[in-house]
Design a protein around this ligand. Sequence first.
Ligand SMILES: *[C@@H]1O[C@H](CO)[C@@H](O)[C@H](O)[C@H]1NC(C)=O
Ligand SMILES: *[C@@H]1O[C@H](CO)[C@@H](O)[C@H](O)[C@H]1NC(C)=O
Ligand SMILES: *[C@@H]1O[C@H](CO)[C@@H](O)[C@H](O)[C@H]1NC(C)=O
Ligand SMILES: *[C@@H]1O[C@H](CO)[C@@H](O)[C@H](O)[C@H]1NC(C)=O
Ligand SMILES: *[C@@H]1O[C@H](CO)[C@@H](O)[C@H](O)[C@H]1NC(C)=O
Ligand SMILES: *[C@@H]1O[C@H](CO)[C@@H](O)[C@H](O)[C@H]1NC(C)=O
Length: 318
Amino acid sequence: MKLSLKSRQTSSNDFNFPSEKIGGHCLKISKLILAALPSVVFGVFTIIFTIQQNSTANKNRQQDQRQSDELSIRSTFENYINDISKLLLDTKFNRSNPEHLLHIRVKTLTVLRNVDAHRKRDIVLFLYESRLLRSDVMPNERLSLKDADLNGLEFIGSSTVSIQLDYLYLPDVYLSNGIFEWCTLDYAVFDNASMSNTKLINSSIWNTSFRGIHAPDATMGDLIFYNNSFIGATLVRTSFIGGIVWLEKVDLTNVDLLGSHDSEGKLIHYDFTSQDQIIRFNTRFADGSFDGINSSELIFDGGAELGVSFISVYREMF
Ligand SMILES: *[C@@H]1O[C@H](CO)[C@@H](O)[C@H](O)[C@H]1NC(C)=O
Ligand SMILES: *[C@@H]1O[C@H](CO)[C@@H](O)[C@H](O)[C@H]1NC(C)=O
Ligand SMILES: *[C@@H]1O[C@H](CO)[C@@H](O)[C@H](O)[C@H]1NC(C)=O
Ligand SMILES: *[C@@H]1O[C@H](CO)[C@@H](O)[C@H](O)[C@H]1NC(C)=O
Ligand SMILES: *[C@@H]1O[C@H](CO)[C@@H](O)[C@H](O)[C@H]1NC(C)=O
Ligand SMILES: *[C@@H]1O[C@H](CO)[C@@H](O)[C@H](O)[C@H]1NC(C)=O
């Protein structure tokens, strides 16, 4: 008993001292913290303030950058329009002089690389209205925009005012992610253009040539669509939405329609009730099936001669 009591005493003695010591430590630490608090608070404020200031400065810098980009785009665009306008009004300007056209082409390709989609649209419209991008002028008076960067080009009219782009001549251009909505594109030419993910919606497209276009993931819908040529075109995964009255006298020779679908993603099954109106030689349909294979035309070479011979067959029929 004694022993255990003693031991308890000893232990209580043993533990008393350190606990006092801890209390002292705590006090010291609290004092220290209290003393340091203003500096800590000040430090934290300084850090937060600096971070905030930095982010404000960043934002300002970004805004300045945007403003200067916008200014530079605007001045590039305005210089271009002034230059070309002056050139077109010059009495020495000759539309059928290849050197004059080349000069415009070089300037145009350069400016197109440096402007946004809105300016691209304005430039195309400007050249089109200057009769340089039209399929109804003499071939030697047409401006070639081959390889021009027209990605993101948008022409969006409205149900009351459609944008008149008949005879628009844009072969061989890069026109991915483009939109033509409420436009008239009769007799337009887009041959060999790269038009992936481009939308053709609520427009009139009649006597238009899309030969050899590369247009995967395109969207087409609510079109007046008649007598167009797609010979050799790639139209894989195209969405046909809305009420598309298509395939009327449309030439689908050597066209690839694999995976083309409606707005719900269901593969399109073409209705050939008006079969004789459609030219569909070596056409690959949505489900991978072929129709009207002509073994003499299996080589993917555009097959333009087929289209021509069949159009003349129609002429004879009607
Ligand atoms: C315009 O250029 C073409 C080709 O260089 C030339 O044949 C024609 O005579 C020129 N026209 C005029 C009016 O100078
Ligand atoms: C389109 O490409 C084909 C094959 O490369 C070529 O034969 C044809 O002339 C081109 N068409 C146009 C309008 O550039
Ligand atoms: C398409 O061409 C045919 C024959 O040249 C013409 O009769 C028809 O009016 C044209 N369509 C449009 C919308 O201009
Ligand atoms: C179809 O288009 C071609 C080429 O533009 C034209 O020669 C032909 O007359 C048109 N046919 C119809 C019925 O519009
Ligand atoms: C075409 O326009 C009509 C009327 O504005 C609209 O209801 C329809 O959805 C449009 N079509 C497409 C494919 O966007
Ligand atoms: C296949 O195409 C050739 C022209 O390339 C044509 O002469 C021939 O009549 C066609 N054959 C059939 C069965 O349509």
